[in-house]
Design a protein around this ligand. Structure first.
Ligand SMILES: Nc1ncnc2c1ncn2[C@@H]1O[C@H](COP(=O)(O)OP(=O)(O)OP(=O)(O)O)[C@@H](O)[C@H]1O
Ligand SMILES: Cc1ncsc1CCO
Ligand SMILES: [Mg+2]
Length: 280
């Protein structure tokens, strides 16, 4: 194994040993799947939404995950309360800007969270992140169309710089950037697009890794790589049967992950990116 593979292997072990508490304020579609996926990975999920308690829950969590999939104004207010509390207590905050670009309310809510909360990592599909940085891309509902890893690498770099965060864009290949470097992760399977919330669960999985590692680019890379490997392994077992079996197999494979699970199932490479932003 090369160095980055050793580094991410250590993080998987840390998640499994430390069982970090991940506080999710997420959407009604994916709540149960997200909790089960975090449990399978070895993390400890909690969903807490009430404005009366979100600040208290955020401060005892290892990470806070904000997901705007079925947002309302009161819920966005609760997300900001949780996010600010997390910021004050050194707890990393992750944002999944579900459907940003599809409606003005979603775009503006995601941008408001990014203004009022220091977000450690944002993860979305290509259209969501492009819309947030003002590179309008077609989006229908909450699913993106296909876009290339090359383009996504440039947009991730731009998003990371604009929002002073780590930005991950997922799709056939995933890219992740801290505004300086950009990595491309291959793995996963197209069946992931047939399971609603595969992206939402992934953002919470990234939260579990961010809870155990302050280098968020490394934590994010670890989460993307192990999730991609679990999905590829699940697809290998269940592809002929369809999305229902695959969803269950994904939970099983998340529970079976060990440091070498990525071998032959997921890979990490450095991306060549354009000098977007003009400060290099
Ligand atoms: N064509 C594909 N082939 C392989 N893996 C894919 C493909 N499309 C997406 N994925 C994987 O699916 C997972 C979710 O990414 P995706 O970009 O579909 O999220 P999303 O659009 O936010 O999903 P959702 O809104 O359903 O939660 C990631 O692990 C990604 O790598
Ligand atoms: C289908 C759907 N609608 C709002 S959130 C969600 C889950 C996938 O993001
Ligand atoms: Mg999504």
């Amino acid at each position: 194994m090369n160095t980055i593979e050793q580094d991410i292997a250590a993080l998987l072990t840390r998640v499994q040993n430390m069982r970090p508490l991940v506080h999710n304020i997420t959407n009604v579609v994916v709540t149960n799947f997200t909790a089960n996926g975090l449990l399978a990975l070895g993390a400890s999920p909690v969903m807490a939404y009430a404005p009366e308690e979100v600040a208290d829950m955020a401060k005892i969590a290892g990470a806070v995950v904000l997901n705007i999939g079925t947002l309302s104004t009161p819920q966005v207010e609760a997300m900001i309360l949780a996010g600010k509390s997390a910021n004050q207590h050194g707890v990393p905050v992750l944002l999944d800007p579900v459907g940003a670009g599809a409606t003005q309310f979603r775009t503006e809510s995601a941008q408001r969270i990014l203004r009022e909360v220091q977000v450690a990592l944002i993860r979305g599909n290509g259209a969501e992140i492009a819309n947030l940085v003002g590179e309008a891309t077609d989006i229908k509902g909450v699913d993106a169309g296909e876009s290339s890893a090359g383009t996504n690498a440039d947009i991730a770099l731009l998003a990371a710089r604009k929002f002073n965060t780590v930005a991950a864009i997922t799709g056939k290949e995933d890219v992740i950037s801290d505004g300086a470097r950009c990595l491309v992760i291959s793995g996963g399977d197209a069946l992931l697009t047939q399971v609603t919330g595969a992206g939402c669960l992934l953002t919470s999985v990234l939260g579990a890794f961010a809870a155990v590692e302050p280098d968020i680019l490394l934590a994010g890379t670890a989460g993307l790589t192990y999730y991609g490997a679990a999905a590829a392994r699940a697809a290998e077992r269940t592809a002929a049967q369809g999305p229902g079996s695959f969803q269950i197999a994904l939970l099983d494979e998340l529970a079976k992950l060990y440091p070498h699970s990525i071998k032959g199932y997921a890979a990490i490479a450095e991306a060549g990116v354009k000098a977007a932003g003009g400060d290099e």
